[in-house]
Design a protein around this ligand. Structure first.
Ligand code: GTQ
Ligand code: FE2
Length: 347
């Protein structure tokens, strides 16, 4: 075949499923990361009545899970909250069960409202109270049951945008609607609570933490043990990481979970890293500047913090503000892609 003109040559390339790199170089190799996700705040107070609405119109027999996805305006298809992370708000009513299933995506729940529900993870019942962090590592069976009196809401964090990007997603139903209890309730949490004294007869046989529930009362104790005038991180305040007791590292291989106490009048130093993150306000008010934008936040709000965007956390109030956050930093670190623009000591 002879090629008459460059124009025809470009067309033929297209038909042959080939393309000229020189016409795409700048966008494929940008000098710095460019996030398709945009900074965003989800207003919990506005979403709450809608969640309650769907408890009246949608049964858990009709829906696998009653979850409002927090879809980033820049990431609609496929939906994601920020880069490799998903956030959703799940609601379950007293007497309801969400059937047992498992998937390769890692998941956790951070409890927002309600009491007396539990999730069973591979036969261990994990009780849920506000402020608790519960893990559902990839490929672990899990079902949710609610035996209390008021609606129960929690924040779901999952890494399925990553699992799906790698085309490694599997999903399976358990068969029975709920699992049987196979071990004493909350056993793993009690066994590993000391952190520095782990059961030595259990060998790490997975990448995720063996702890099912990180209860809020322990988080409170951990904060109480740190002096009010402790140095903390310049950008994140008094920030604690939930850790895998076997490794001291992140609770899940693809997501880390943290909680920050922003003391009254805390003005964080600006920072940016290649990790993308989701923030959830546990208590108090404040704002975060992301790039040029300022997002004022209140209790239970959720925020998307895209990677490599400079951000600054501020608590202008006279009360403590607590912010839970998760990010894809462990995934980036494992692949040598994590960069920190302001490596503050101890941050
Ligand atoms: O509760 O098992 O938000 O499988 C998304 C997928 C929650 C769950 C979500 C899930 C779940
Ligand atoms: Fe699930």
């Amino acid at each position: 075949m002879t090629v008459e003109s460059s124009e025809a040559a470009y067309r033929t390339l297209d038909e042959l499923a080939a393309a000229p790199l020189w016409r795409h170089y700048g966008s494929l190799f940008s000098p710095e990361p460019r996030s398709v996700a945009v900074p965003h705040r989800w207003d919990y107070a506005a979403l709450r009545p809608l969640m309650l609405h769907f408890t009246r119109t949608l049964s858990l027999d009709e829906a696998e899970r009653r979850v409002l996805m927090l879809v980033n305006p820049g990431m609609q298809d496929p939906p994601a909250t920020v880069n490799s992370l998903f956030a959703g708000i799940q609601i379950i009513l007293p007497g309801e069960t969400a059937q047992a299933h498992r998937h390769t995506a890692n998941a956790f729940r951070f409890i927002i409202e309600g009491a007396s529900a539990y999730t069973t993870v591979d036969g261990e019942r994990l009780h849920m109270n506000p402020g608790d962090l519960l893990l559902t590592p990839g490929w672990h069976w899990h079902d949710h049951r609610h035996e209390g009196n008021d609606p129960m809401m929690w924040l779901d964090g999952l890494d399925f945008p990553l699992t799906n990007a790698f085309e490694a997603g599997f999903f399976e139903l358990f068969g029975d609607r709920v699992q049987k209890s196979l071990v004493p309730d909350d056993l793993s949490s009690r066994r590993f609570i000391h952190g520095r004294l782990n059961p030595a007869w259990e060998q790490p046989e997975r990448l995720s933490s063996p702890v099912g529930n990180y209860p809020w009362r322990e988080t409170e104790r951990a904060f109480a043990a740190i002096a009010d005038d402790a140095e903390g991180s310049e950008s994140e305040g008094i920030v604690l990481e939930y850790t895998n007791p076997w490794t001291g590292g992140s609770v899940l291989p693809t997501m880390d979970c943290r909680i920050s106490r922003l003391r009254p009048h805390f003005h964080g130093q600006p920072r940016r890293t290649t990790a993308s993150a989701v923030l959830h306000v546990v208590q108090g008010h404040g704002y975060v500047e992301i790039g040029e934008e300022r997002f004022d936040f209140g209790p239970k709000d959720v925020l998307a913090l895209p990677g490599w965007q400079p951000y600054r956390l501020v608590n202008p109030t006279a009360e403590d503000t607590f912010v839970f956050s998760y990010s894809n930093r462990p995934a980036l670190q494992a692949l040598g892609m994590w960069r920190d623009d302001q490596p503050a000591a101890g941050a």
